[in-house]
Write a protein that binds this ligand. Sequence first.
Ligand SMILES: NC(=O)c1ccc[n+]([C@@H]2O[C@H](COP(=O)([O-])OP(=O)(O)OC[C@H]3O[C@@H](n4cnc5c(N)ncnc54)[C@H](O)[C@@H]3O)[C@@H](O)[C@H]2O)c1
Ligand SMILES: O=C(O)C[C@H](O)C(=O)O
Length: 337
Amino acid sequence: MTKVTVLGAAGGIGQPLSLLLKMSPYVSTLALYDLRLAPGVARDLSHINTNSKCRGYGKDELADALKGANVVVIPAGVPRKPGMTRDDLFKINAGIVANLVSATAKYAPSARILVISNPVNSTVPVACETLKNLGQFKPGKVMGVTTLDVVRAHTFLSDALGADHYGREAMKSHVTVIGGHSGTTIVPIVTNAKVRSKLVNKRQYDAYIHRVQFGGDEVVEAKQGAGSATLSMALAGFQFTNEVLRSIHLEKRAEPGPLPAFIYLPGVEGGKELQSKLGTNIEYFAAPVQMLRGDVVRVDVDWVDGLSDEEKKAIKICLEELDKNVQKGKRFVQSKL
Ligand SMILES: NC(=O)c1ccc[n+]([C@@H]2O[C@H](COP(=O)([O-])OP(=O)(O)OC[C@H]3O[C@@H](n4cnc5c(N)ncnc54)[C@H](O)[C@@H]3O)[C@@H](O)[C@H]2O)c1
Ligand SMILES: O=C(O)C[C@H](O)C(=O)O
């Protein structure tokens, strides 16, 4: 029996993500919580004839939504409008994430917590530091969801190389994304040197990297003030959540290569080695992770050895910005003490 709770379930991401989760064979109970509309969304989904039971919870029913949850996914919070950075969302979303994570610690203390709310580079530190203060921090159970960057990296690489010859499916084993989830903290790593050489010149390579790093802006601009990526994010959020669920059910990943997650490095095996290989003491970072029973148990480090000079340069730039974002999240929690 596996219960998944979505917090922010009636939003632009929450609704399609909940639909995809309703289709997952790994879910037996799907609990949808939001400040508005969650019971309606849940009633709608409950008519779908898959095995899970779906129930909605209103504003004052957070405890019931969380009780017994094995996985809690958090897309609650405000999205960007054109001209805004993800960091501009911090003021509102940091408080939302801190409150929802505190409630999770109280009502679902062994749940894995998957943070989608932006800015992920800061909201994950907010989540972890909040749990530390409550004496309830289990590092392998808190994951920032950066899968949309991976989805974009595959799609845009295929676009850049010509999909006819280099199919989108094949890209899954040739590129991953590490670092963080905003602008230059997003660092695509083309792990296959042969594929990297197909990006014929530096201009084409730079254009590809830039498109992955600022892919979110493309959607924000195109939606003209109505929000940011919701459907592609729902798919990405589902892919990551299903990976956690697959691991809980002791099933192996079906796709090539482990997915990255934005995690607290010192808390997992390989974390300190990764810090040392990258020459940094940054505490929060996204990299491919290994899971066991739904918890992150190890972060991969092998990819560091094959980095190109351009990728090393990009990581240096990433770390400078990421450190500021992480400190901001930590300061927010400390200021509440
Ligand atoms: N990690 C990523 O890759 C990624 C990708 C896209 C969007 N996002 C982020 O996800 C968040 C949600 O985006 P969206 O497009 O779904 O926004 P949205 O406004 O459409 O939906 C957000 C939902 O959260 C709900 N909500 C707000 N405060 C809440 C609270 N305290 N408890 C429960 N629910 C609450 C709202 O009522 C709303 O239904 C944004 O912060 C956005 O920037 C992250
Ligand atoms: O761009 C945004 O604000 C939403 C999300 O982080 C994205 O990458 O699409």
